[in-house]
Design a protein around this ligand. Structure first.
Ligand code: ZN
Length: 444
């Protein structure tokens, strides 16, 4: 197979870093119509710049775009991650990526740890993001709260792994909670990334954060798993540092994962993944091409409409509840939805258990209660219905506005609500009696 990778070698040392920086400068120069470079910060010793490249169609207002941030090479000796950033940038300049440039602002930080790069050493932290990273990601995220964020690492023969020595590449869903069906949504998206990579010829696997703990904390000789807790999501509570954060004004306390995107998930419900390429078994061009594949897959998912989402985009607006009844972010533009999503996500533990009941064949009763104090709080209540036609939605026998959208076999009723005070709302949804029209249509 002929690969068209940008780098056919791993850049090494100071010379290698500047080779990469020169490539970035040339890329921005020759793609002026959609690329700009900003300095997101400086290395710990202040000697080196940390560039971030913004790629987006400058003729379309940013207000209605999604924001994707991709960071790479935070661990200095994980050489594989060095060649993936240019490959992603190169992809973003192609015709295939035009729809992505139109609908997303993609921010790439190709080398998050330039000092570690030159030293070819870890030069980072095993116990959280570094002060430099807090500053760099604080600078970026303060103005660009990401909808999606990926952090690239690279496994080598031994680096970062006591578990698989050699040639593993993995996609890591980095969600640290199960709120709003996230476990299922991350499984769905990660599986699709794996499928896409497979079609391109790259065998990736999905490993969860718990699996990841095996790489670091398992016993190398015996393969013994360190804690039984490893099999439980609650295990994460033991390793999260709730006081860690990006340097943002008005920070709330949020948590940590091995990947730079952990705090973004906890603060903004960003769709977050870690990706481990591998520099022990693969040639530079193969690392670049295999590393590119899951990123392309994910960026393209941001262009689609997921069956349970009202509009196209990354599947991040189901914030509480499940696919049958849920609380959703609402707004007329991407930036409005983003803002509302953050408001709701930060109040997610202040809702009662959402309830629904089919009280007669033509009426579904839903209950939603809010106990917090962030008024007014806007949200949409969303129910997945068997019935095709929704006739009316009522609160205390008064009609209220609603919208609907469909997947292949059901109707979602989407009800904008405004909480001005603490309380419980009882909402009646009047619909047709279910008959299996859908099935008949399908049989024809
Ligand atoms: Zn790493």
């Amino acid at each position: 197979m002929v690969t068209m990778a940008i780098f056919n070698h791993i850049p090494m040392g100071e010379k290698g870093l500047f080779e990469l920086f020169t490539w970035i400068d040339n890329y921005v120069k020759s793609n002026k119509e959609f690329a700009i470079k900003r300095i997101a910060g400086r290395s710990q010793d202040h000697k080196l710049e940390i560039p971030a490249v913004f790629v987006t169609n400058k003729n379309i207002p940013d207000d209605n775009k999604q924001i994707s941030i991709i960071t790479l090479a935070r661990h200095g000796q994980e050489r594989g991650a060095r060649v993936v950033g240019p490959e992603i940038l190169n992809y973003l300049s192609t015709n295939d990526a035009k729809p992505i440039r139109d609908k997303q602002i993609v921010i790439i930080v190709p080398i998050l740890n330039p000092e570690g790069f030159i030293l070819d050493e870890f030069h980072s932290s095993m116990y959280g993001i570094t002060d430099t990273e807090k500053e760099v990601l604080g600078n970026l995220c303060n103005s660009y709260h990401p909808d999606m964020m990926v952090d690239y690492h690279s496994l080598g023969r031994l680096e970062g792994s006591k578990y698989d020595h050699g040639d593993m590449e993995v996609i890591i869903p980095a969600n640290t909670t199960k709120w709003g069906m996230d476990e299922q949504i991350y499984k769905n998206t990660a599986d699709r990334m794996v499928e896409y990579c497979a079609l391109k010829g790259w065998p990736f696997e999905v490993h969860t954060l718990e699996d990841l703990a095996n790489y670091y904390f398992g016993d190398q000789e015996t393969g013994k798993i360190p804690w039984k807790y490893l099999k439980e999501k609650v295990y994460l509570l033991n390793i999260q540092d709730f006081y860690e954060n990006y340097n943002l004004p008005n920070n709330n306390n949020i948590g940590y994962t091995n990947y730079t995107c952990g705090p973004a998930y906890l603060k903004w419900h960003t769709l977050v993944f870690g990706i481990e390429t591998n520099h022990w078994s693969l040639k530079a061009e193969d690392i670049a091409m295999s590393g590119l594949a899951p990123c392309v897959s994910l960026l393209k998912m941001g262009q689609e409409k997921f069956p349970w989402e009202k509009t196209e985009g990354f599947p991040i607006n189901l914030l509480y509840g499940d696919f049958r009844i849920s609380i959703r972010a609402i707004g007329n533009s991407r930036s409005e939805i983003r803002k509302n999503r953050e408001e709701i996500w930060n109040e997610k533990d202040k809702f009662n258990i959402l309830q629904r009941e089919l009280i007669n064949p033509e009426t579904t009763l839903a209950r939603i209660g809010y106990t917090g104090d962030k008024f007014p709080l806007r949200l949409a209540l969303c129910l997945r219905m068997r019935q095709k036609t929704i006739k009316r939605v009522l609160i205390e026998d008064k009609k209220i506005p609603f919208e609907t959208f469909k997947d292949v076999c059901s109707t979602f009723v989407y009800i904008p609500l405004l909480f001005k005070k603490t309380g419980l709302l009882k909402i009646k949804i009047i619909h047709e009696i279910f008959n299996n029209d859908y099935l008949h249509e399908r049989l024809i």
